[in-house]
Design a binder for this molecule. Structure first.
Ligand code: DX5
Ligand code: ZN
Length: 212
């Protein structure tokens, strides 16, 4: 299992200290949640802040854009040196075009689905994706409870990916902890995002190790 801890639950007053232990940890990615107060009812941090985070983070970046018209920011995300650029299917009228643009920019395109969006919307785009991010909470806040329906969605997505012989990764985001990681792995998840479970722990590096 790969782990992508979410910076949203980090201590923003001392990101250098957070990145010091994080860089030494077994985390596979750093998950960055960008919010606009329109697509989701909250605002987190923007590119001027992330530019500094990217400079001191030594792990590949997994950028999750919870914003309308994410295609406007492909260059900004590219300049961060992002590995994955996640856009919400619900935020893109022309999802195929946006995914192509992300690929052309040299990043790995990923599409995110809200809890109420069925896996079936990916039928005609899945071949173009390197990852699908299934939200297991309604996006916008850290520390929410995991929605149990997600297990069935992970299984349905695993089935879609395997039936087409693809290697698309499955990532799950929201309310992930040591209590549900095992079940998510069994359902077919490849990467788990964890915010409060990691950054809120007394020994975050140990939680990452156990989640893996
Ligand atoms: C929620 C974000 C998540 C969030 C997860 O909108 O997309 O990445 O940081 O936080 P936890 O793990 O605390 O639910
Ligand atoms: Zn996220």
């Amino acid at each position: 299992m790969q782990i992508s801890p979410s910076l949203l639950s980090a201590d923003f007053s001392n990101l250098e200290r957070e990145m010091a232990w994080f860089n030494q940890s077994e985390a596979d990615f750093l998950h960055l949640d960008v919010m606009d107060g329109v697509f989701v009812p909250n605002i987190s941090f923007g590119f001027p802040v992330l530019k500094h985070v990217a400079r001191i983070c030594q792990k590949p970046l997994d950028v999750h854009l919870m914003i309308v018209q994410p295609e406007k920011f492909i260059n900004e995300v590219k300049e961060l040196g992002a590995y994955y650029m996640n856009v919400h299917a619900e935020a893109c009228t022309h999802l195929h075009r946006v995914v192509s643009q992300i690929r052309q920019a040299g990043m790995h395109p990923a599409v995110t689905l809200n809890p109420s969006t069925p896996v079936g919307v990916l039928e005609d785009i899945i071949e173009e994706l390197d990852m699908v991010l299934l939200m297991s909470v309604n996006p916008g806040f850290g520390g929410q409870s995991f929605i149990d329906r997600t297990y069935a969605k992970v299984r349905a997505l695993r089935q879609l990916i395997d039936s087409r012989g693809l290697h698309t990764r499955i990532e799950v985001d929201g309310g992930v902890s040591l209590d549900n990681a095992q079940q998510l792995a069994e359902a077919g998840a490849d990467i788990l995002v964890a915010g409060s479970a990691v950054f809120g722990a007394a020994d975050p590096a140990e939680v990452i190790r156990r989640l893996k």
